[in-house]
Design a protein around this ligand. Structure first.
Ligand SMILES: [Zn+2]
Length: 211
């Protein structure tokens, strides 16, 4: 996390000129959603930490993956292998038919692993935990919970499943009651991330609107 992001302000490198118009946004989103599902994060069995498959390393990583890396979807933990793809990115795959989980489950686990690894790297003096109950009653379970040295907590939610406004509000208020800041990252598929119509283009509080 950059200093500006940590302090709550927006990335100042995002100038008004670089804010994408809705049409460009739609094209970029369409490109991103074009079908390369990018199963690239697993979990190391020896450390429990996320493990990332770099591009074009399927062959050299295969023996290690088979021995030490499993599927990160909760409840699966299936043995994985690597696949080299000429036209798409190298990826991970189950050794046998996939676990039965949905695409959204894979996407969700990939997002959680990415956020977990990023937080561990950026905040080495903090504690980072996947799917941890945030109070003793188990009132709410964060996808990734960051606990700072002073005990301050930030919950990261990677949301791929549908959620109603009321359900979101309940979860948000639950976090607030526990004095936890909640950060919501909505997935790249589903109704929650349809490209906005032009009249709803991105606005920034400190930048001139391009609408
Ligand atoms: Zn699996």
């Amino acid at each position: 996390m950059t200093e500006s992001a940590a302090s709550g302000s927006l990335d100042t490198s995002l100038t008004p000129e670089s804010v994408p118009f809705a049409d460009e946004h739609k094209a970029r989103l369409s490109s991103f959603q074009s079908g390369d599902e990018r199963f690239v994060w697993g979990v190391r069995t020896d450390t429990g930490a996320p493990w990332f498959l770099s591009e074009n390393t399927a062959h050299e990583s295969r023996a290690f993956v088979k021995e030490f890396v499993v599927c990160p979807v909760p409840g699966c933990r299936a043995q994985l292998t690597t696949a080299h793809r000429a036209k798409k990115r190298d990826g991970l795959q189950h050794m046998s038919d996939g676990g039965g989980h949905s695409r959204e489950s894979i996407f969700h686990s990939q997002g959680c692993a990415l956020v977990e690894e990023w937080l561990r790297r950026e905040f080495p003096n903090s504690h980072v935990q996947r799917e941890e109950y945030t109070n003793e009653l188990g009132e709410r379970r964060a996808d990734v919970l960051l606990t700072g040295p002073a005990g301050d907590r930030v919950a990261f939610e990677i949301q791929y499943s549908p959620i109603t406004p009321d359900a979101w509000r309940n979860r948000h208020e639950s976090y607030r009651r526990q004095h936890i800041a909640d950060v919501w990252l909505f997935g790249h598929t589903g109704k929650q991330l349809q490209a906005p119509p032009r009249r709803h283009c991105v606005r920034q509080s400190h930048a001139r609107s391009r609408c």
